[in-house]
Every structure is written in C-alpha cells, then in structure tokens.
Write a protein that binds this ligand. Structure first.
Ligand code: FAD
Length: 566
C-alpha cells in the first residue's frame, strides 16, 4: 500500500531521507517542507563564500525543488514552515511564508530533520553591534554583502568551534581585520590542548587576533568588551558559539526529549511516536566509546540516519552501531582531522578508563618529495588491552586518510597491534612505506610492553623551570640554531663515547627534532644501565609548536633559544 510521507527540513537529513525513500518506492507520496528558500544546499561550504572560494552564493545550492520533482517525483515545498504536529490525527499544520496562508497536510509517516539553530545569548549591549549567524545560504549571502559594503575592516568572530574558525579564516582571506574570540583556553575541542597549539600558531601567524580564555562581557557601539577589560573593535560580530537542536515542534507535540536536550529516538531513529522519526542535529545519539548520549552536529551522521529511516519505513533493517564522532577541518595551510575520544573528553566526562598516548611526528610523504611535510599524530589507546580509543592528526598533507583508517579501526574494535599490520597504499607522492598509522602501532606496542617511558611536551616547561637534566641528541648544528635553554647537547652519534658525562642519580629527559633519534638514544641509555630515562614525545618540533602561541599571546619568556617549525 502506498504511503504518504512528510519530511520537515530540506537539507542534509531531510533531502537524503526524501531521495532514499523514493529509491525504495515509486508509489509513495513524499513531501518535504523547508522554511527557508532553498533545499539541499551545502551548509559545510557556506564559510567559503566569504573568501570568494565559492564565488556566488547560488553555487551553494545543490538541488532545486524543480529538480526534486523532475528527477525524484518529490515535492519540495520551500518557504513553507511546519508549525505544529497533531500526532493523534496524524497531520501537520503548515504556513506558506510567502502568502501567509496556513494549511494542513496528513501523513502516514513523518520524518523530522529540522537541524539546529545558532545560539545567540542575550549579552548586554547586543543591540549596539551588527550580529550575524551562519546557518544557511541566506545568512552567508547577507553577511558577505554586508561586510563588502563596509568602510571599516574590523570583524569579530565569537566562538572557536568549526564554524567560527572557518568563518574567521575566510574573512581573513578576504582581507578583513579579524578577531577570533574564544572563552575557553583553546579553539576546536576535537583536538587536545597540546595538538591545537599548531592551529593557534597558524591562526596567529596568518594575522588573526586570536583571543583565548577571555569571555565576551558586553557589547558597545562597534566594539566587543571582554571579561579582561580588553576592547575589540568590530563593526560586525559573527556569533558562532554553538548550536542548539530545533526541538520546538517535537516538544509541542509531546515527543520525548532526551537527557541532552535533543529529541530522543530509538535505534531506528523513531521517536516515542511509532509514526514519527527524527534525524540529524535535532536528535541525540549513542556514543559507543563514552557509552552515553550525545549531540553530534555533523553532516555524515545526519545523512546516514536519514537513509536508515527510509529503510526502516520500507521494512528494511539496519544495525545502529552508535557513533564515535569523526571530523576534519582546514585552518589556512594546515589540515586537521580527529576521531573518537581525546584526553580532554575523557577528563571532562570523568571516564574511568586507563589509557596511554602515542605522539609521533613523521613526514606525510617520502622526505625528498617537494611537498613532504611533518604530520603531527596523536593516538589514544586503552591500557592494557591496546584497544584504540581515538586519534588526531594535523599537518599540511592528507590527514583525513590517516584518521579515516583509525576511525575504521575503532569501528571494528581494532588495537594498536592491528595498526602495525595494516597494509596501506604507498607511493612517494602519497605517504611513506611505513605510514604514520603503522608507526603509531609500533610506538604504542613498545609503550604497552614497557620498552621505554615518555613525557609529553606539555611537561617540558616545568622540567626546564625545575632544572631537569635534558639531553638534546640532535647534531651540533641543529642545537646551535635553536634549543631548549638548559638542555645539554650530546648528539646521538656521540652518546656512547660521552656516557660518563650523563648522571645516573637523576631522571634523564631526551629529545631530538621529532622524537625518533631520542627514542634510539633512550634505548641505548637503558641498555647501558640507565633506568630513569624518558623520551620527550614529539621533541623539539612539537615543543616549538606547543610553546609558540602562548609565548607570543602572553608575552611569556620562551624556554627555547629559537623555535623550529620545520
Ligand atoms: P540541516 O541540514 O540544518 O537542515 C535543517 C533544515 O530544516 C533547515 O534548512 C531549516 O530551515 C529546516 N527547518 C527547521 N524547522 C523547520 C520547520 N518547522 N519547517 C520547515 N523547515 C524547517 N558538518 C560536517 O560534517 N562537516 C562540516 O565541514 C560541516 N561544516 C558546517 C559548516 C556550517 C557553516 C554549518 C552551519 C554546518 C556545518 N556542518 C558540518 C554541520 C552539518 O551541516 C549539519 O550537521 C547537518 O546539516 C545537519 O543536518 P540536518 O538535516 O539535521 O539539519
């Protein structure tokens, strides 16, 4: 029997559900309501209109209602807002936003994919500034036209999440004086504090006024005033502090709301009404690593959930394995990707989990290839099982390939032993014969075996301040061009001959440029009878990135004579 299926929301989840529903049935009547003027646009590409990478706003729109009708026999009603749901009598009330007319549409099945709306807190003085948010093509077009019409060049972006960072980057690329303001001590939460310093540096170096750890207190005429008292000039304020799920329709219809404040659904994305499904940013999902419910505002999950819903409506089963959260971002010349758990999340959630960390830096391609660049890679694994919990990669090359491999391994319950064994594609323009993913497996299994001990770069400042014994095992020329202030230079090539210079009665901390040579030195010292030896993970390169932004932003005394970023 043919069904009448209504869909609320015509973008990531809504449009995906509609198309899949049509593929599964030619007979069903499918109507998709979208309150905005466009369906099926690329939310994710919106910020790139600000820099002109996407030169015309119209190019952000991927499908028209006409195409939906011609290609899929789907009625896409734009400028039509669903106002309420009557679940007892199975109809929705709709307002045509162009004519003001309201009307009813009955359904057999209803799919909600209304997304999430930008949070705009009522900060004192908010009426004094021009506030913009970025959610759809209309928003970005409006913002772009407004900034282009300005005489002043000052723009403040508030919030260092993905949308804030992408907006700031694209506005900076367009030539504006941009301030990026983040209340907590770091931007981009999927990355740990040690890793994210690479992005802090990149944003700072590209001329954005990056302010972290300072909250917006109030607005004044064309200015943002921070809790520290700092005044940031801004003719335009882009508010990007986060999104909240669109739950009004669901709440008004007495559909169950979950513990996170998003719509509660079962494993088939069905609400507590058997004929109403919900997907995308509006729902909460099960995180299979934290074993808790979470909100996940990502396009991939929204589209996959939509597919599952269409399948379920048509009697097909799909297994809901939960989510681990995988994401990627470009920050000027750097790419970043992350998946699964990070240290900050484990701490915030107070997870009772024993884990250790691999932190390696390897070239992303064979070193002699002209575009070869260091890739910073961090992997978390459970102790003692070796089960992979999460990973982050930042570099100028293909970070997503590496993190996709880890995301796949996590989904299949992989361990660090499995990473050693992975046969990954290799040719010099793409990667190295033993990829950073394989290396992470080697290092992880060495750590798990207790072969050596390590300290992370975030502890080095404390070591320097406490006058710890740090050996720089790089060659003399490398040391001369920049080193940790009180480190002793004993190159790997000389270490065995100079063994008597090294004290046996205190901990020894070793580093080189990336941690590989110092790992060899660590093992050599251990084999020569030293038992309190630590390799500094990521070594001088990671340390330079870790220290740089805070040194500059806080006008802090550096612990290195010169940084090294190559
Ligand atoms: P949406 O795609 O937002 O669609 C919801 C639609 O429902 C909206 O158009 C809304 O107008 C409509 N609607 C709401 N209520 C009603 C109603 N009552 N009646 C009719 N229509 C209604 N994710 C990534 O994975 N990678 C990225 O790089 C990325 N970048 C992003 C950049 C930006 C600027 C933004 C805004 C989002 C980005 N996202 C990204 C997130 C991703 O776009 C969302 O997770 C995804 O679009 C969610 O799909 P959805 O269907 O739940 O909501």
């Amino acid at each position: 029997m043919n069904k009448k299926i209504l869909i609320v929301g015509g973008v990531a989840g809504g449009a995906s559900a509609a198309a899949r529903l049509r593929r599964l049935s030619e007979e069903d009547e499918i109507i998709m309501f979208e309150k905005g003027p466009h369906v099926s646009f690329s939310n994710c590409a919106l910020p790139y209109h600000l820099s002109g990478i996407i030169d015309e706003a119209d190019k952000l729109v991927l499908m028209s209602p006409e195409k939906f009708m011609v290609q899929y026999k789907i009625e896409a009603r734009v400028n039509n807002e669903v106002l309420s749901i009557n679940k007892e009598e199975k109809y929705v009330n709709i307002r045509n936003l162009l004519t003001g007319e309201t009307y009813k549409e009955t359904y057999d099945k209803l799919v909600l994919s209304p997304g999430a709306k930008p949070i705009v807190p009522n900060i004192p003085g908010i009426e004094e500034v021009n506030i913009f948010t970025i959610r759809n093509v209309v928003d970005i077009d409006k913002l772009n036209k407004y900034v282009k019409s300005l005489e002043t060049q000052h723009i403040a972006v508030i919030g260092g999440g993905f949308i804030g960072v992408e907006a700031a980057e694209n506005l900076r690329d367009a030539g504006y004086n941009v301030s990026l303001i983040e209340a907590t001590d770091q931007i981009l939460r999927p990355f740990d504090y040690d890793m994210v310093q690479i992005f802090h540096k990149e944003i700072y170096d590209k001329g954005i006024n990056l302010v972290v750890g300072d909250k917006v207190e109030k607005f004044e005429k064309d200015a943002v005033i921070l809790a520290s008292g700092k005044k940031i000039n801004a003719k335009v304020v882009v508010m990007a502090i986060g999104v909240s799920p669109e739950t009004t329709l669901a709440k008004d219809a007495d559909l169950e709301i979950g513990e996170t404040g998003a719509i509660k659904v079962d494993q088939n994305y069905r609400t507590n009404d058997v004929d109403i499904y919900a997907v995308g940013d509006a729902i909460e999902v099960y995180n299979s690593l934290t074993h808790s419910m979470t909100k996940l505002s990502l396009a991939g999950p929204a589209q996959k959930q939509a597919r599952s819903v269409a399948d379920h409506i048509n009697g097909k089963k799909s297994l809901n394995k939960g989510y681990i959260g995988s994401s990627a971002i470009k920050v000027f010349d750097y790419n970043g990707a992350s998946t699964g758990l990070n240290e900050a999340l484990i701490n915030v959630l107070n997870m009772k989990i024993k884990y250790d960390v691999v932190r390696v830096i390897l070239t992303d391609k064979v070193g002699i290839m002209p575009t070869s660049a260091p890739m910073h890679f961090k992997l978390l694994y459970e102790v003692p099982t070796g089960k992979i919990l999460g990973a982050q990669a930042i570099g100028k090359g293909d970070v997503t390939k590496r993190i996709d491999v880890i995301a796949t391994a996590i989904k299949f319950g992989g361990t660090i032993e499995d990473l050693k064994d992975l046969e990954l594609c290799y040719a010099p323009p793409f990667s190295t014969a033993k990829d950073v993913v394989n290396y992470a497996g080697y290092v992880g299994s060495n750590l798990l075996n207790g072969d050596f001990k390590q300290v992370n770069v975030d502890l080095v400042r404390g070591l320097v301040e406490h006058n710890a014994y740090i050996i720089d095992v790089r060659e003399r020329g490398e040391y001369a061009s920049g080193h940790i202030k009180n480190a002793v230079n004993i190159p790997l090539s000389e270490i065995r001959d100079r063994i008597n210079e090294i004290p046996k009665d205190k901990p020894i901390y070793l580093h080189c440029r990336t941690g590989q040579r110092s790992y060899n030195a660590t093992l050599a010292l251990q084999n020569l009878g030293f038992n309190n030896v630590y390799n500094i993970t990521g070594s001088f390169l990671a340390l330079s990135f870790y220290e740089y932004f805070n040194d500059k932003a806080q006008n802090r005394e550096p612990i290195v004579t010169e940084y090294n970023f190559r």
